[in-house]
Design a protein around this ligand. Structure first.
Ligand SMILES: Cc1cc2nc3c(=O)[nH]c(=O)nc-3n(C[C@H](O)[C@H](O)[C@H](O)COP(=O)(O)O)c2cc1C
Length: 235
């Protein structure tokens, strides 16, 4: 199995990989070679699923004529998704108030991301081939594969982001790519060589997330490693 490698080519251990695999949204134009893509998807497909049914399917969009059309549909969809989020999450007003704030930097990255979707080297539509009626838990058999995919990409020096911004063009995508009705489009993952770097992800303090013995009972033993930085988001 591939050891985790940082973007500079150094290897990192699995736990470091878990703590430092960020959503990467800026990519160089470098294509992902077949071998690496194959390895990424192989490791993605090692993920667990209910009864080991492996309902996950990976529809890979690179440079083929259908892929180019799909990426252009997705570009429109992503720009729509980001425009809606920008307003809903208060980015528009925050950026106007302080163009140097972290939120403004995130907004700039997002805008660049959606404006360059057509140039993303690889887009993977992660699908779920249903064998029974849709149910609220079916995603549990596909999202572990998504995270495996992102970690494997990281291990080989690539980066990616999981999104749901395919949804606005889902009917058109289904038509273009001949996706059958019983197949759900669970996620749209973009992949490429990171322009920036992976690094420690920020989350809420572990004490907010772990309870001991009963709901909301603080788990004194659950502590962040020294130097852990947190998100400010406490919603
Ligand atoms: C279920 C799910 C849906 C997501 N949807 C989107 C999305 O539509 N667009 C996007 O840019 N990122 C999306 N993301 C990525 C998250 O924004 C990202 O994982 C989160 O902000 C943490 O970022 P970090 O891993 O870089 O710390 C999604 C992630 C998950 C797990």
């Amino acid at each position: 199995m591939a050891e985790l490698r940082s973007t500079s080519g150094d290897t990192v251990d699995l736990l470091t990989g878990l703590a430092t695999t960020r959503a990467i949204r800026r990519y160089t134009d470098e294509p992902i070679p077949d071998d690496d893509l194959s390895a990424i998807l192989w490791h993605a497909s090692r993920a667990p699923s209910g009864s080991n049914r492996q309902p996950f399917r990976f529809l890979v969009l690179r440079d083929g004529p259908k892929a180019r059309s799909a990426k252009s549909m997705l570009g429109r969809s992503f720009r729509r998704g980001w425009a809606a989020k920008q307003t809903a999450d208060g980015y528009t007003t925050s950026v106007a108030a302080d163009p140097t704030s972290p939120k403004a930097r995130t907004a700039a990255t997002m805008q660049h991301y959606v404006d360059h979707l057509e140039q993303v080297p690889v887009v993977v539509l992660v699908c779920l081939e249903r064998y029974r009626d849709p149910n609220p838990f079916e995603g549990a058999s596909v999202y572990p594969a998504c995270q495996n995919l992102l970690l494997a990409a990281r291990a080989l020096g690539w980066g990616g982001a999981l999104t749901m911004w395919h949804q606005a063009v889902e009917p058109e995508l289904r038509g273009l790519l001949s996706i059958p009705d019983h197949v759900a489009l669970s996620a749209c993952i973009t992949l490429g060589r990171p322009v920036g770097r992976h690094g420690p992800v920020r989350r809420r303090p572990i004490g907010d997330l772990v309870f001991d013995d009963e709901w909301a009972n603080s788990a004194g033993w659950a502590v962040d490693p020294p130097g852990t930085r947190h998100t400010h988001w406490r919603g």
